[in-house]
Write a protein that binds this ligand. Sequence first.
Ligand code: MG
Ligand code: ZN
Length: 222
Amino acid sequence: MNDRLSVEKKVLSENDKLAAEIRSRMTQNRIVSFNLVSSPGSGKTSLLERTLEALNDKLKIALIAGDVQTENDANRLSRAGGKMVRPLVTGGACHLDARMVSRVLDELDLTDIDILFIENVGNLVCPSSYDLGEDMKIVLMSTTEGDDKPLKYPAMFRRSSVFVINKIDLLGLSNFDMERVRENALSINGNLRIFELSCRTGDGLDIWFEWLIQMVALKSGV
Ligand code: MG
Ligand code: ZN
């Protein structure tokens, strides 16, 4: 095996160990956790803002906002009402890893959280290889992107459990074809749960909120 490959393998197996630790801490504290992944600009932060606005009174929501630089997204989430928001600035790294997440979790009171959202760095490539101990990866796309994206980034769609298609209010303004994107995504991963919504108009968000509440109930065993 060449050296670069063996180093990569070692890094990933250390990451998997830490991710397993995170997963067991989450389970002990009955926290349902999601790792949000997408290209830059698909609407991860917007979806979290809308989710806070709708569910902040019902659920105890913690958010980790990953970015290469700036705490802008973390500030947006605090302004949207987030009470437990932590920025995670990677300082150049194009993905989050379990070590970074584990350090941030140490600052939070895990006994007081129902749901944890980890907003990954905008990138559909290497975040697919780094388990963060989450229950599910949620991959987002918007209708301003190419509807062949699931075929271009199959690893991410294969490893995700949920596919959110945002900006449905802009359908018809480009060649984006909803049927085609669904077919493409399901051809990679037939188990994907798909949501179609618009963070701008609010269309489709109710179904998303209901699903989140169900996931919290399932994890907390209520
Ligand atoms: Mg963002
Ligand atoms: Zn990376």
